[in-house]
Ligand binder design. Structure first.
Ligand SMILES: [Zn+2]
Length: 371
């Protein structure tokens, strides 16, 4: 692979083209996992996440908890995220002769989705050891904490082999290696019930028909017009900020574990601050406030967060977010990110006054109040 165009073609052919990930509708990205040998058969709603929000949370947890406790927190979180992905895919233990192809296949999906820790994978069926190597990995290149990725790998290997196999990351970013091996001491056993979707997940996240009255573009349009670019390591960036695709539960699991270990206030502060930083680069050439807000909503729509409509007066901003990604009726992460982006676009401090959700067209209403 030599040029960026080759890389784009590769990403499209592995991730998007065989209709594995549907990216042609504004607001909604659906990942279909229905492959003969994947051991998975389902679909899930996905969104692109900003690297800086996750690295911000990791760095804060290292600062507040110390490195060892932060490592344990992110390892557990990575393993929970793997469990969520596999539960949604109805994954089962695979017979030995299919374990290698299955595990490497699943990891290739993470790689194509911009999760650069999995550029090379090698599973050894005889001793069930697994080595995963990456380059300039998202998040750990900014935190030197690769435990989220090793938790994820441990979850996947454990699930498909039917044995608890732990993993560890040797992070010398830009070179990073994850090793899963039976010799690694027990760290965390998966709890599947903790990550199961609630009963509305399937009915609210996959609308058959949506009208595009918001006038937004899809992810496909953003790639086509190079608003989002794919680089040589199959990393996606928007105005210089890296993004990776994940099932919508990812940040909710992060929020839940992070808030348990630290506090809600700490989570709020970090997500808000990181979002303000990201947004500042979005409108380098835009002066007009409504153009800035428009840019935010179009971008959020393209990367899977639903469709947006808003009203603004001097004291309040009301955002209507249709087809919002639905996870257990919790919207912390989206509302904070949105609040941060709007703070940056308007150059004012807004706080969240009211959040309400209606199941009809999966509609979230957020009212912000000027401080
Ligand atoms: Zn690393």
């Amino acid at each position: 692979m030599s040029t960026i165009d080759d890389v784009s073609r590769f990403v499209f052919s592995t991730l998007f083209f065989p209709k594995k990930v549907l990216i042609d509708r504004p607001g909604i990205i659906v990942n279909k996992i229905m492959q003969k040998y994947s051991g998975l058969n389902s679909q899930h709603r996905a969104v692109f996440f900003f690297e800086e929000i996750m690295s911000g949370l990791q760095n804060e947890s290292i600062k507040k908890l110390g490195r060892d406790k932060a490592k344990a927190l992110w390892y557990k979180t990575g393993k929970d995220v793997a469990a969520r992905y596999l539960v949604l895919g109805n994954a089962k233990k695979m017979p030995s002769f299919l374990q290698k192809i299955t595990i490497e296949y699943v990891l290739s999906g993470f790689r194509a989705a911009g999760q650069t820790f999995a550029l090379k994978t090698n599973f050894n069926s005889s001793d069930k050891s697994f080595v995963v190597t990456g380059n300039n990995n998202l998040v750990c290149r900014k935190t030197n904490l690769g435990d989220f990725s090793s938790g994820l790998v441990s979850g996947i290997v454990s699930f498909f082999t039917g044995e608890n196999i732990e993993a560890e990351t040797i992070c010398n970013c830009p070179n990073c290696k994850i090793i899963a091996n039976k010799k690694i001491q027990k760290k965390y056993i998966l709890n599947i019930d903790f990550v199961r979707p609630d009963k509305y997940y399937f009915s609210l996240n996959f609308p058959k028909f949506i009208s595009n009255s918001s006038g937004s573009g899809s992810f496909k349009d953003f790639i086509k017009f190079r608003k989002i670019v794919v680089d040589i390591d199959s990393k996606f960036t928007y105005k210089g900020h890296a993004l990776a695709l994940g099932e919508i539960g990812l940040f909710h699991i992060i929020a839940r574990n992070y808030i348990d270990a630290l506090s809600k206030k700490s989570f709020d502060d970090v997500v808000l601050k990181a979002s303000i930083n990201i947004a500042k680069d979005m409108f380098a050439k835009k002066i007009n406030e409504s153009d800035k807000i428009d840019e935010i909503f179009k971008m959020l729509s393209a990367v899977g967060y639903g469709n947006f409509f808003f009203r603004k007066n001097l004291k309040k901003i009301t955002v209507i977010n249709k087809w919002v990604p639905y996870y257990d009726g919790i919207f912390y992460y989206q509302q904070l990110m949105l609040c941060g982006f709007l703070n940056a676009a308007t150059n004012h401090k807004w706080s969240i006054l009211e959040v309400s959700f209606e199941k009809k067209e999966s509609t979230l209403k957020i009212v912000l109040e000027k401080r």
